[in-house]
Design a protein around this ligand. Structure first.
Ligand code: FES
Length: 126
């Protein structure tokens, strides 16, 4: 399976700690990723916790713990370094979120997701 590039729009309106979710398919399953603003930077990861391989956000679109300034998993409160994706506290300590490459364009960015195909439900820019 090859990689897919997904355009995630309107990232310039995100504040520090806010994220936008995007979707793709991998091995015939729907999977989510998210682009997160961390101060002036943007980072992108799969929305898959390395502990139980489930959504970090339980579907609510929040990935940020303002107190610790880390990405967090709502299931068992694991914390991840936002710049590396490595778990720094919790049951998956030392494991990492899957990072994706980002390329800014306009007010959004292209995210490259390996081993994936587009999700027919999502609406990437043509
Ligand atoms: S599923 Fe994420 S910490 Fe357990």
């Amino acid at each position: 399976m090859s990689s897919v590039r997904i355009y995630v729009p309107d990232l310039d309106t995100l504040s520090h700690g806010e994220a936008r979710v995007f979707r793709f398919r991998r091995r015939a399953r729907a999977v989510e990723g998210f682009v997160l603003r961390v101060e002036a930077a943007l980072v992108a990861y799969a929305n898959v916790c390395p502990h139980w391989s489930v959504d970090l956000d339980m579907g609510v679109g929040r990935f940020w713990d303002p107190e610790s300034q880390r990405i967090f998993c709502m299931n068992h409160a694991a914390l991840f370094d936002p710049r590396t994706g490595v778990c720094v506290r919790g049951p998956c300590l030392g494991d990492s979120l899957e990072p994706f490459e980002l390329e800014a364009e306009g007010s959004g960015a292209w995210v490259t997701v390996p081993d994936a195909e587009p999700d027919p439900v999502s609406d990437p820019r043509p």
